[in-house]
Design a protein around this ligand. Structure first.
Ligand SMILES: C[S@@+](CC[C@H](N)C(=O)[O-])C[C@H]1O[C@@H](n2cnc3c(N)ncnc32)[C@H](O)[C@@H]1O
Length: 317
């Protein structure tokens, strides 16, 4: 089993984030609260739904382009942000020469399982798992796998879309610092497409996206002493053209009061708790965003339908 470092946010920090998020108007929590063990399991199921094509498209693109990507990246330790099941990285580990691998994820149990499975697939690749909130990581922890050559960041799944533009720029700048001088970032970005396709992807007929969002309430009940009634909320996912993002929310079905994180919160009928947003960027818009964080677009690979891009970013100076 690969070594695992536990830097998960402490209960007091989680409580402060929930209080901050529920004090906002509209109410919104950081997307990582969706990922307890059950949330991670449900996210994997979302990736198998026919409406949610992102996972299959990005996986196939990585498999097809692994050699070209590995040649462009060169040597270094691969550092994956939000590794999830850590399945997408496999073609890269197969194509890179003498790779080492560091997986960062907030979901501890899932991370341990994913790293264990990957280590059995690549027994000779040195690996390390770090359970953390990557938005709060000031530096990669000191470790033999992390010292040394320039780091190759990997951020698939279009997870950058979960951040509002200013926060996305801040996160890209933070990754730049974490990866160090000469670091590179391979990042998967979902592109705008027909509204019907986008909304269907987050409203799968099997109801897995709804279950994933509603699981947030169970998580808050368990970890932050809440008394949410999941039956009193309905899942909603809609495309907001002015923000160029999908907004996913739990909408209160009645006026109600809920206790969580040591405080009482009022929900009006129809009031939304935003669980996450998912912004879509054209290749040009994304390269502009990355430039604001000190990255330069070096290469781009796309699927045949041009639904999604893998951008290779290098440091601008
Ligand atoms: C949308 S899923 C993508 C998973 C995988 N990379 C993929 O492309 O299929 C987001 C992953 O990032 C993790 N995650 C989300 N926010 C995080 C954060 N702030 N810090 C660390 N991990 C985070 C989640 O636990 C989840 O595994």
């Amino acid at each position: 089993m690969p070594e695992l470092l536990d830097l998960h946010p402490k209960p007091a920090d989680m409580r402060a984030l929930v209080i901050e998020g529920l004090s906002r108007n509209p109410k919104q929590l950081p997307a990582w609260f969706l990922y307890d063990a059950e949330g991670s399991r449900l996210f994997e199921l979302i990736g198998e739904q026919p409406e949610y094509t992102l996972t299959a498209t990005e996986t196939a693109l990585l498999e097809q382009q692994a050699q070209a990507i590995a040649a462009a990246l060169g040597p270094g330790t691969l550092v994956e942000f939000g590794a999830g099941s850590a399945r997408k990285v496999a073609p890269l580990l197969g194509a890179l020469r003498d790779p080492a691998y560091v997986a960062l994820d907030i979901s501890a149990e899932h991370l341990a399982q994913a790293c264990g499975r990957l280590q059995r697939q690549f027994p000779t690749v040195p690996m390390l798992g770090i359970c953390c909130d990557y938005t709060q990581l000031q530096q990669l922890p000191p470790h033999p796998l992390i010292s040394g050559s320039a780091h190759l960041g990997f951020f698939p799944g279009s997870s950058l879309g979960n951040f509002e533009p200013d926060a996305a720029i801040a996160l890209l700048a933070q990754f730049r610092r974490l990866l160090g001088p000469g670091g590179q970032l391979l990042i998967g970005i979902d592109q705008p497409k027909a509204v019907e396709r986008l909304e269907a992807a987050y409203n799968d007929a099997a109801g897995i996206s709804a279950a994933f969002a509603l699981n947030l309430l169970q998580r808050l009940n368990r970890d932050l002493q809440g008394n949410f009634d999941p039956e009193a909320f309905r899942y909603r996912a809609r495309w907001l053209p002015e923000a160029s993002h999908i907004e996913m929310a739990l909408v209160s079905q009645r006026a109600q009061e809920v206790d969580v994180a040591g405080q009482r919160w009022c929900f009006a009928v129809g009031e939304a708790l935003i669980t996450e947003t998912s912004a879509k960027y054209s290749p040009e818009a994304f390269v502009r965003l990355a430039a604001a964080a000190g990255w330069r677009g070096q290469a781009r690979w796309s699927d045949g339908a041009n639904d999604l891009s893998l951008h290779l970013l290098v440091q601008a100076d």
